[in-house]
Structure formats: structure tokens, C-alpha cells
Design a protein around this ligand. Sequence first.
Ligand code: ADP
Ligand code: ZN
Ligand code: ZN
Length: 840
Amino acid sequence: MSSIVFSNEIAPVSRQTFFVDVIMPVPLARLFTYRVPHELGDSVREGCRVIVPFGQRKIYTAVVARVHQTPPTAYQAKYLFECLDDAPSVLPSQIALWEWMASYYACTIGEVMQAALPAGLKISSESRLQLNPDFDIEEHIETLSDKELNLLRALQQNESLNYEEAAKILAVKHIYHILKTLIAKKAIILFEQLKDKYKPKIQRFLRLNPQFLADKEALQSLFEQLEKTPKQLNVLLQFLQLVPAHYKPETNEQGIAKKIFTEKNISQSSLQTLCKNGVFEEFEKQIPRFDFSENEEFEPITLTPLQLQTEQQIISHFEEKKIVLLRGITGSGKTEIYINLIQKILQNGQQVLFMLPEIALTAQMVLRLRKVFGEAMGIYHSRFSDNERVEVWREILSGRCRLVIGVRSSVFLPFQDLGLIIVDEEHESSYKQQDPAPRYHARDVAMILAQKQQAKTLLGSATPSVEAYFQAQTGRWGLVELLERYGDAQLPKIRFANMREEKRLKTLRENFSGTLLSALAHMKENEQQAILFQNRRGYAPALSCADCAQSPKCPYCDVSLTYHLSERLLRCHYCGHSETPPRECPACGSPKLQTVGFGTEKLEEQLLLLMPNLRVQRIDQDTTRQKNSLQQIIEDFEQYRADVLVGTQMVSKGLDFERVSLVGIFDIDRMLNFPDFRAHERTFQMGVQVSGRAGRREKQGEVIIQTNNPDQNTLQQIVRADYLAMYANEIAERQQFGYPPFTRLIKCTVRHQDNDYAAAAAQFMAEQLTAQLGKTRVLGAEPPLIERLRNQYLWVIMLKLEREGINHSAVKKYLSELIFALKNDKRYREADVVIDIDPL
Ligand code: ADP
Ligand code: ZN
Ligand code: ZN
């Protein structure tokens, strides 16, 4: 059907005909207009999700941005299929934030929506459905239509169905309205990928075997029986204190979560015996993800006078300023101060968002906050399934849930009355989304979100980013500093292992310095624990031929393949390609292939050989792929089932282990020499953060840094934990060379399979930009450090724009016009252009 010309067959637009402009999850910079079927009438409102046809076959979930009565003039509006919501799922304030992000980050609002909505809120051609495990068909059979029942029966047979399969079973074209009512009845669940299949949350519970409650004598004789085993008796007494089964039998039916009971001061083996002998029964219960009942177990922590004073300073800064930066050294009690502030805001009836970088949002952190805020706290984490995220979304939207602890994407939640946003570890680069668009920085978006809701933002870090400290120091934000550790804990003592020297003295063993090895032995003797940090996973970053020095490269990227010993695979850490390692050098045929460099896997192996008495665990992407494996490793380490934890940056944040007295840092020189203007800042941050894992209680911890260059300035600053010296150096350099915070950067990456093609397109862009902005503001085009990724050659143009005196939105507008021109030029149109605002 021609969509441009109006024909007479189209029904005349009556006064009751409504149109909607919707946001589509596609990278096209405009809204799309659809016609609302009459039967949906006025149920379609702004912020509702609607299912719309797109192109020949596709369907999408779109969000209504505007309802109106003006038909589009350029094309005939198609009917939308279905409205998924009775009440809006998305608030006008969220759409306003999406618009801001699209314009600031130079992307489309559809791309922002795509990042914002959890997949569980989107039905697309790829969606799948499953039966809700909580739903009992027989119980509801009266309320189900024939079609609904048919579909549910089919889902009983098949684990899950996609759209087409479901439509085929029902022999109808559109099944959205059936799905909608089934979702409303909580009979089915939609999900996007197989891994997201919904699993109910099950916990193990304990109760007293009811036979002992049959009459008074039964319990009495149990007591007498246990008299000879005082430990078992104690378990029973403790149980009855928590669950007064003897005079309130209904409490015994509920029982107590086994996990909570075993945390009490009881003998675990006695409990086991009692279970085995049938005194206690174990049973499983599905527990709701949210529980808004009062939290009884809360043991309040009293802030120290210094912490109180710090909190007071934050509050008084907030009287004048919207944003406060808290620089508090590791172990100073920042988290306790956050908790106090959060309680105040919640008492006020307002909402709080507490943001953490991905790796810092561990079970340890969650447990700590659970103790205070109970089950009423929402958690928004990428390790959770779509459906769990949808639950958090709904609870926030309804206003029932007022506290969320979450990662980057939690800025997208439907808050209505935020009082405070806390961005912990503000300097962490994982707050920045690299791919795909929107390439946003969650800290910066959080500040905008807070501003739009008249909320305050508290940024916290032991090692603030140079940009943030600059804002605070120059008075635009409030600055509060807390420079003492809590209690008697002291900052660790940091020493160097001089690798050059040890090599000369022949005290190196593999990649371990003699210094570190003897510290490890000492640690083991004292029954302490150690953390070893190496920011490289896998066994070795390359294989190399001893005869011709060639290394196997990724066929798609300009990088060496990393060798993974346990899988016997070469893997590309950029594109995911893997292959079996060759037996002989692909270049010269020599069989002498050796590993070069070392990753966490190799360190683990070496350590097991060098000190076989140590129990070693490893944390990195490879060992924590499964949902709960990270938690398991942390728990094992906490329970002293391991002596040493070897890991990547995953061990550097937020972990708090009582026994850790030693931290070893490997390969720091490589980090320091990385060609990036932030290399020294990052090395300092990493060094201080990792060191912060040592000696968090009474005993002073020790840190050993292996380096060839112990006199290097930044390393010296790490030893003295001298943030201000690092800042002074860096800020002077940034000013001299015109880097942020004195400028804003925009990175344009031009990509194409053919290097010459990419280069020509990039050159063209660079010339146009230079003509427009002047030579000093345009760097490049030049190839980046890694010249080819995923089979595409890259060329980079960096724009350096001063903060004041230049219209940034005009530059972004010009940039998008330029890209448009490029796409319409047959010499360059095949090239891809990626815009990254404030790149990291
Ligand atoms: P940070 O977040 O600044 O690294 P934490 O808040 O984790 O510091 O505090 C470090 C340790 O000290 C934690 O185990 C915490 O429970 C404890 N702590 C801090 N302040 C107090 C306090 N006022 N009372 C009791 N324990 C505290
Ligand atoms: Zn060779
Ligand atoms: Zn690759």
C-alpha cells in the first residue's frame, strides 16, 4: 500500500479519532504516528506502552509520547495493535529525561528508551512467554476463556513459546490482547532471552516437628532427652526464643529462615543432628521479593563524633548546593553515613536512589543494607533477570518502594519524589556506558535527574575523579572530607617489591617477588588472608613463537589472543572469538610456542606450585559467569575456606574481609604506562582502592606493589595515600594540555571494513570539522591504539571544546548534520560513525 498518497478509501477523520506519537526502539531521530483503534478509545495515554507494527513483519513495544487528533500529512498512519497498560508505565518526567539524554549524548530517544526499559516491559518479535510458576491453572479455570486456557495448556507442555508459535497454536493473527489479560492475571511471564527465565525466590526454613507440640508431655520429654547434650538443648532453646512454638503454634507453621537461624550463636553440627533425628523439619518456601513489613532485626550503628560532624557538613552544604562531594578514605565509614542520610530522607516520605558501580554491588553490600532497610529495598542489578527488574520498576512506580540500590541503569527507574541520589565510588569508569548508544555517564545523568526532581546528589569516593574534585574545590559543589578510618583501623603500610633489583639478585620466582612470597608465608603462619590483584584475566595475554616472535592474532581485531589454560583456548577479549591454540607457529612452523605475560589464571597456577600449602581462589569474569558463583567465592573466602583471593578489578571494590592483612599488586607499571591522559589518575585510584582492602579492622594491613620503578611519582603518591598531591599534578597537566575539566571532549569514531575507506571518510569529517571549529579544537583523524576491532578499521577524531564561550549544542547539531551529509555522499556512505560525548 502506498503510504504517501491519501486515497478515498480511508475513513474520514472524525472528532473521536485519536493519534499517538510514539517513541520506537529504533535509531531513527523522530517519533512515529499511529492511529488508535476505536475500541481502545481513551485508554491510550501518554506513557502507556503500545504494540505497533513496523516495516513488513516486525512488531515493537513503543511508548506513547503524545496523544492528539492531527493525522500525519506525509503518510497514512497505521493502527496500533494493542495498548499494554491501563495506567502509564512511564512517567512524563522520565520522557523528559530521555529527551535530555538524546540531545546531550547525540543519540536518538529510541536508543535511550531501549536502554531505559527493562526487557521484561518490552514485547518484541523476539519475546518469549512462559507459564508463571506461581499460577495454578486449575484454581483459576473458571475465569479463563477457551483461548486463554488453550495457550496455558500449550505452555504446560512447552517450556516457553515465542509469538509466532503462540499465534499458530491459537490460530489467530494477533494474540496481544490475550497475552495482555494473561499477564494481568499473573498467569504468564514474558521474557527476552532464555537466560532470563523467571525463577521464583525460594528459601529453606526450619520448624519444630509438630509431634512435639501435640501435648505438653511431648515437649517436656524432648527437653529431658536433650539434657545430656547441652549444645543441642541450646539450639532448641534459641529456636523457641525466636519461634515461640510452645504457646503460639502458628509461629511454628511459619518457621524461621534457616539462613537467619544459623547466623545465631548456635552449634551448627548440633542443629544438623537435630534435623537428622527429626526434631526439626526443613521445608522450602517461596518468598516474595518485596516485604514491606517492619524490619525487626535492625541493630543501629551510632556514628562517631567525627562521622556525625561529617554528616552535618553534608546537610548544611545541601542548604545552598545541589551537589556535594564526599571524599572519605577507605574504611572511614562513608557507607554508615550514607545509611544515616537515607533514613532521614525516607522518614521524610521521599525516595532515595543509592548507586554503586557494578562490581561494588556485592551480596556483602546488599546484606549490610538489608539489615537496616529490610526487604522494602529494591535492588536493580544486571545480574538479575528481566522479571526481577520489572518487579522493581513496578514497585517504584506505585510508590511502595522508596529505596533502590542499583547500578548504572537504575537512573532510568520511574521515581516521582526523589529526595536524594547517592553515587558511591563516583570515580568508577563502569558508570559510563560504552556500547551501544546512549553512551551515557550514570553519575552525570543522576545529577540531571536529581535537578529535575529537586533532589540532592551526594557523590562519594576515597579517590574522586579529577573532574569531580575540581568542581568541588572551585566551590560549584560542596566539598566534605573525612580522612580518618573508623575505630583503631589504620591505613595499610605500603611497600614496593623492586622487580629489577630482585631479578638481579635472583629472588624472583616466576612472577612472584621474594618480598611478596615471604609476606605470603608470614600471612599464612598468622592465619590471615591475602588478596592478589592483577588486572588481566586468562592465563597469558599472548602466545609467542620462540623462533620468529610472532603471536597468534584475532582474525577480526588487531590484538593478540589471550591464552586460557583451563579451557585450552585462545580467546579475543574484544570480540569474543575463540580458537584452539595451534601446535606449531602459524608463521614459521616452529613448535616452540611460549606464553608471554600473565593473567589471573597463571598467577593462580604459579602460586599453587610455589606455595602448595595455600588455598587459592580466583575471582574474574571467567570464574563468576554463573549467577551465584561470585557470591559463593566471596562467602568461601569470608568463611576462611581459602587463604588467597586472586582477582581482577573485581576484588578492588567494596569488599570487606576481616582477616585480610596482605594485598599484593602485580604489573602496575603496565597500567601506569598506558597511553591515556588519565593513566596516572587511574593507577592512583586503583592502587589506593585495592590497598584499602587490607587491614580494615584493628591490625594494620600490608600492601606490596611489584614494580620496576619504585621512585615513580604516582607510585610514591600511592604509598603516602596523598590524593591532593596526585590531584595537584594532574590538574596542572590537564590545564596545560587542555583536557577535562578545562575542556569537554567529543570522540568521533569512523568505522569500515576497508582501512582506506574508513580513513577517507574520517579525513573528510576532520576537514569539515576543522573548517568549522578551527585547528586547535580538532585532533586527528588518526587510528586508535587498537586499529581494528570486530573486523572494522577505526579512525578517531577528537574534539576538544572549551567549557565556556562555545555553544556545545550547536556543535552537536553540526556534527549530526555532518554525519547526515556523510551518509548521503556516495564516497563515504558505507562508513559507520560513532559519537561519544565525554568519552572515558
Ligand atoms: P567506607 O565505606 O568509607 O570504606 P565503611 O562504611 O565500610 O567505610 O566502614 C568500614 C568498617 O567500619 C565497616 O565494617 C563498618 O561497619 C565499620 N564502621 C564504620 N563506622 C562505624 C560506626 N560508627 N560504628 C560501628 N562500626 C562502624
Ligand atoms: Zn614462528
Ligand atoms: Zn577479536
